[in-house]
Design a protein around this ligand. Structure first.
Ligand SMILES: C[S@@+](CC[C@H](N)C(=O)[O-])C[C@H]1O[C@@H](n2cnc3c(N)ncnc32)[C@H](O)[C@@H]1O
Length: 249
């Protein structure tokens, strides 16, 4: 039997990884694209920039400055732009996202001779096996409908010895931090997000999807089970976010 669901129920089901997640996520990011950067920096008090820099520092670009790197779920191209500006970098970045409005909102940030923005699904990348010297996903993998499938696809497109870096929100270990951050992310964030983006559920989906995302140790185990080796991780800002790094051997 079919059920008519309201917007909140659709967002809740998407956050839980249910059927319809892919469609909800693509439509939602396409709708909030014009306000995405503003809200990101505002709601994170600009800490997101520091987190992205820390994640890029673990990608190992200095080992292969002329290499080709994948920015997965690239959104408005903050990661691609930062890689391109990394000291000594002379390579290429492929920035893939399935929301064209998100990519379009960010193309002004990059040198298009170095960064190719590609509309593509993280679960079926239109590139040959072993194409990249490294891959990074920032705040994206939680939104992909199929974590295991995404990890398999990244492994496929990485060369041996290449790293995969995941920067993602996380649930803080400390009960006190968890409580404070919970109050903020379940109340302030949805309200400000809705007022500025005009989207009714996007900034409610955010904390709900974070709460359902595997905790840091579990994500490391999932990466290892998928085939990544030397998996390491560290928490950022009291565990509000975390960086995981794995290698294709
Ligand atoms: C929270 S944004 C992150 C954007 C950017 N990486 C950043 O650091 O701000 C998540 C992005 O993941 C993209 N995304 C989610 N699922 C995807 C998929 N299956 N394939 C490609 N992009 C996807 C969305 O369109 C969105 O732009």
């Amino acid at each position: 039997m079919h059920q008519v669901r309201n917007e909140s129920q659709i967002a809740e089901a998407a956050a839980a990884g249910g059927e319809g997640k892919e469609l909800y996520v693509r439509r939602m990011f396409s709708a909030i694209a014009p306000r995405y950067d503003l809200l990101n920096h505002l709601l994170s008090f600009n800490i997101d920039r520091r987190w992205r820099r820390a994640a890029i520092a673990t990608l190992g670009i200095h080992h292969r400055p002329a290499g080709c790197y994948l920015d997965l779920c690239a959104g408005t191209l903050d990661i691609a732009a930062a890689i391109q500006k990394s000291p000594g970098f002379s390579g290429q970045v492929v920035a893939a996202d399935f929301s064209e409005p998100m990519l379009r909102a960010g193309v002004h940030k990059v040198d298009r001779a170095r960064v190719s923005a590609v509309a593509a699904d993280a679960l079926a990348l239109p590139v040959a096996d072993e194409s990249f010297d490294g891959a990074i996903v920032a705040f994206g993998i939680r939104n992909v409908a199929g974590l295991d499938g995404c990890l398999r696809e990244v492994l496929r497109v990485l060369r041996r010895g290449a790293r995969f870096v995941i920067l993602e929100f996380s649930t803080p270990q400390s009960a006190l931090v968890r409580f404070g951050y919970g109050v903020y992310s379940n109340n302030v964030l949805p309200l400000v997000g809705r007022l500025i983006s005009g989207h009714r559920t996007a900034y409610r989906y955010l904390p709900e999807s974070v709460a359902r995302f595997p905790e840091q140790r579990v994500l490391a185990a999932i990466m290892h089970d998928a085939g990544f080796r030397s998996v390491q991780w560290h928490a950022l800002s009291f565990g509000i976010a975390a960086i995981h790094v794995g290698e294709k051997t």
